[in-house]
Design a protein around this ligand. Structure first.
Ligand SMILES: [Zn+2]
Length: 443
C-alpha cells in the first residue's frame, strides 16, 4: 500500500541535492513512487495513507558502514584491575573477553538493542562486524533474524581471528556467505576478519580464497593502532596495507576500517585497488589511538565512509565528531565542513551500493523507500546552498520522529513499531550481570 509522507521539508541528497519545502514523498511497496509538492502529490495519490510531516524534515535513511552490535552488553560494566593503558590492553582486558562471554541469548539481545537504537536514530542500513567465539556457529543466522525483525538492512560477517583457535570463524563466514548468495537487498554478507596482527598468512589466504570465489569483499580492521603497523613490519617486513594487498585482501568490495597508522604509499595502494576505508572518529578518540589522515585519503581519491565501531548508532553525531576532530587535528577552521557530511551522505551510500547492489542515500522516484523524518523547524532560511550549515549545527541535535525502511514504517511518532523495546531492554538488564560474571571468570 502506498503512503504519503507529506507537508515536510524534503532533502533529496544524491547528485542533484534539492531542498523542497511543503513537499511529500510517496512510497509504494519498497520503493519511492514520487517526490514533489504536497498538493500535487495528494492529487496524484489520493488513496495513499497520509502521514503528516509538518514541522519535520525528511532525509534518506542514514547508513553506518562499520558497527559492532555485540558490544552492547559491555555498557556500564566494571573491569577489574588497573585501567587499560593502551589499545592492545583494551582489546585483551575488555573486548576479547566480552565476545567470549556472550551466550546465545546475549547475542540476540545485544543485536536487538542496537537495532532499536538504529531505528531511533534513523539509521536504516548497517555494515556489522560480529564476534562471539563461545557461540560462534550459527551466530550470523541469529543476527539475520534480529535484523529482519527490526526491518532495517544489514551486511553481516564474523570476525575471523587466530587468537583463540587458528582460523576461528572461517567456516561460519563461508556458510553464511553461501546462504546469503547475492543477497535480497536487505541482508548481505562479507568475509569478516579481525586485523593483520591476529591473522597468519595462511588464515588470510583461506579467507581471501572464499571471498573471491563468492564475489564478496573482506571487512577488516587496519592499522587502528600503531601496534598493528609495528607487528606487520616486524613479522612481515612491510606495513599493514601492503601486507594485506599482497595477500589479496584489497579490492572494490573490501572495507579497511580505521587506517589511522598508514603511510602515503599505503594510501596510494588503497586508491589504486579502490578499497574503501571507514573512519570511526568517536572510537578512535575513545581508544586514544590517533587520527585517521582523512583529508589526505580523500585527496588521493580513496572512498572513505563513516562508522561508529559500536560506539552507538547515531550517524549525525558521528558526522559532527568527524567535522570537529579534523578541524582540531589540522588546526584549520577551513576544513571538514564539506568532507564530514560527504562521508556520511555520499560515500556511505557508495560503499553500501558495493555490498547490497542497490542505490541508497537518495530520495527520488524508483529509489528504495528508506527515510529518516526528523523534528526540525529551521530558525533561518534553508536551501540547497546552506543545507550543510543546518546539518552540522541544527539537524545533528534534532530528534528522529519517524523511520522508514523498504517502505515499511519502523518508528512513528517516536514509537518503535517493529520491536518491543521495553521488554528487550528489561531482559538485557537481567542477562547482562550474568554475562559480566562469566567474563570476570575468564583467563
Ligand atoms: Zn571495529
Amino acid at each position: 500500500m502506498a503512503t504519503r509522507f507529506e507537508n515536510g521539508i524534503v532533502v533529496t541528497l544524491g547528485e542533484n541535492n534539492r531542498v523542497l519545502w511543503n513537499a511529500t514523498v510517496v512510497s509504494d511497496g519498497e520503493l519511492i513512487a514520487a517526490v514533489g509538492e504536497a498538493a500535487e502529490m495528494k492529487r496524484r495519490f489520493p488513496d495513499a495513507n497520509p502521514i503528516d510531516c509538518s514541522g519535520k524534515i525528511i532525509l534518506p535513511g542514514f547508513i553506518c558502514t562499520h558497527h559492532h552490535f555485540y558490544s552492547t552488553m559491555a555498557r556500564g560494566m566494571g573491569i577489574p584491575g588497573e585501567p587499560a593503558s593502551n589499545f592492545v590492553e583494551i582489546l585483551e582486558r575488555l573486548w576479547w573477553k566480552v565476545d567470549r562471554a556472550l551466550d546465545e541469548e546475549d547475542i540476540l539481545l545485544s543485536a536487538q538493542l542496537p537495532l532499536i537504537d538504529c531505528i531511533r536514530n534513523g539509521t536504516t542500513t548497517v555494515i556489522d562486524h560480529h564476534a562471539s567465539p563461545a557461540m560462534r556457529d550459527g551466530s550470523l543466522d541469529m543476527l539475520e533474524d534480529a535484523v529482519r525483525q527490526a526491518g532495517i538492512r544489514a551486511s553481516l560477517c564474523y570476525e575471523v581471528s587466530d587468537r583463540n583457535v587458528a582460523g576461528g570463524g572461517v567456516a561460519e563466514n563461508k556458510r553464511f556467505i553461501k546462504k546469503v548468495g547475492k543477497g535480497d537487498g536487505q541482508i548481505a554478507a562479507m568475509m569478516g576478519m579481525h586485523a593483520s596482527f591476529t591473522l597468519s598468512d595462511a588464515t588470510i589466504e583461506e579467507c581471501v580464497g572464499i571471498a573471491r570465489e563468492a564475489g564478496v569483499g573482506c571487512h577488516i580492521h587496519v592499522a587502528e593502532d600503531a601496534a598493528d603497523r609495528e607487528d606487520s613490519i616486524a613479522k612481515y617486513k612491510m606495513p599493514t596495507v601492503k601486507r594485506l594487498e599482497k595477500l589479496g585482501v584489497t579490492g572494490e568490495k573490501s572495507i579497511f576500517v580505521h587506517c589511522v597508522h598508514i603511510d602515503e604509499a599505503e594510501m596510494d595502494l588503497l586508491a589504486e585497488t579502490r578499497t574503501s576505508v571507514v573512519h570511526n572518529p568517536e572510537s578512535n578518540m575513545n581508544n586514544a589511538v590517533g587520527v585517521t589522515p582523512l583529508l589526505k585519503l580523500l585527496e588521493k581519491g580513496v572512498l572513505v565512509g563513516l562508522g561508529t565501531d559500536g560506539m552507538g548508532s547515531d550517524m549525525l553525531a558521528q558526522m559532527r565528531c568527524a567535522y570537529l576532530l579534523h578541524r582540531l587535528a589540522n588546526r584549520d577552521p577551513r576544513v571538514a565542513f564539506l568532507e564530514a557530511p560527504q562521508l556520511l551522505l555520499g560515500n556511505n551510500a557508495l560503499i553500501a551500493e558495493r555490498q547490497f547492489g542497490i542505490h541508497l542515500g537518495e530520495i527520488s522516484e524508483g529509489r528504495p523507500a528508506d527515510l529518516a523524518v526528523l523534528d526540525y523547524q529551521p530558525p533561518t532560511p534553508l536551501s540547497e546552498a546552506n543545507f550543510l550549515g543546518h546539518l552540522i549545527f541544527g539537524l545533528v541535535d534534532a530528534t528522529v520522529d519517524t523511520t522508514v525502511c523498504k517502505g515499511k514504517i519502523l518508528m512513528k511518532g517516536k514509537q518503535i513499531l517493529s520491536m518491543d523495546e521495553a521488554r528487550i531492554a528489561a531482559r538485557s538488564r537481567e542477562m547482562a550481570p550474568m554475562m559480566w560474571k562469566r567474563l570476570q571468570e575468564l583467563e
